[in-house]
Write a protein that binds this ligand. Structure first.
Ligand code: 6PG
Length: 247
């Protein structure tokens, strides 16, 4: 079951997304004194992160309770212009009083396979610490933010990627043929364990693919965004009118 909300333009999409994230954070913190959020990379979330660093919203969250992770990362150093960590840090994280230890980045500067293994270990330790006695270990993030590429990829789950079929590991690293570049990514089993997944999609160039992903035949090998269907979580699409042109 997914919900789609359409906004007139990118600016109002960003505002709505920021408000949505704050609402989720405040509810999670009120209930469990903790909010775990997975950040997407790419360009669409950048204004959302910048909005979260501004006055009213930034002051409305108990940052000591917020724990930040990433859905994927480019295999570059953290200060590289392509780094998803750098983008979120510059736009948002370095402007709010979140404890540095609460920011858990994927180490793009490491050898990819080692970085993926390290991140998986970090996730397993993080969720084991709060696992309920006798309950299976599950990476149940409160909120996972995702984007969608023009080819229907999400996180760094690209069409045909082996990681799409990974059911044991929580993090994978591989060379993306279409980019001729290495990526680290959460696998579908982790993303689908979330309490809530929110896609942020904007731009006319995404419209046709978005329509295919939402209403076309289920073909996740070709349209990886379709594999994101959290069985025990909410799936929300926040899109602008340009990306929802078909409606
Ligand atoms: C990345 C992202 C990727 C992104 C889409 C959409 O590392 O690039 O995780 O999945 O969300 O490619 O990117 P835009 O928001 O720039 O269109």
């Amino acid at each position: 079951m997914s919900t789609i909300k359409v906004y007139p333009d990118r600016e109002r999409l960003a505002e709505a997304a920021a408000q949505h994230i704050v609402a989720q954070a405040r509810a999670a913190i009120a209930e469990r004194q903790r909010f775990t959020i997975v950040l997407s990379g790419g360009s669409t979330p950048q204004p959302v992160y910048a909005r979260l660093a501004q006055g009213g919203l930034a002051d409305s969250i108990d940052w000591a309770c917020v724990h930040v992770f990433w859905s994927d990362e480019r295999c570059v150093p953290p200060d590289h212009p392509d780094s998803n960590y750098r983008m979120a840090s510059e736009a948002w994280l370095k402007h709010v009083p979140i404890p540095p230890d609460n920011i858990r980045r994927m180490k793009g500067e490491m050898a990819p396979a080692a970085a993926a293994a390290e991140y998986e270990g970090l996730l397993r330790a993080f969720f084991a610490a709060s696992a309920k006695e006798g309950k299976p270990l599950a990476p149940r993030f409160d909120l996972v933010l995702l984007g969608m590429g023009e080819d229907g990829h999400t996180a760094s789950l690209f069409p045909g990627a082996e990681a799409l079929r990974e059911t044991r590991h929580w993090v994978a690293a591989y060379k993306v043929p279409a980019l001729d570049a290495w990526r680290i990514t959460l696998t579908p089993v982790v993303i689908n364990a979330a309490s809530q997944v929110t896609f942020l999609v904007a731009g006319a160039e995404k419209a046709r693919r978005l329509q295919e992903v939402l209403y076309g035949p289920y073909h996740p090998e070709r349209l990886p965004a379709q594999i994101i269907r959290p069985p025990r979580g909410r799936l929300l699409w926040l899109v602008d009118e340009a990306a929802a042109r078909w409606q």
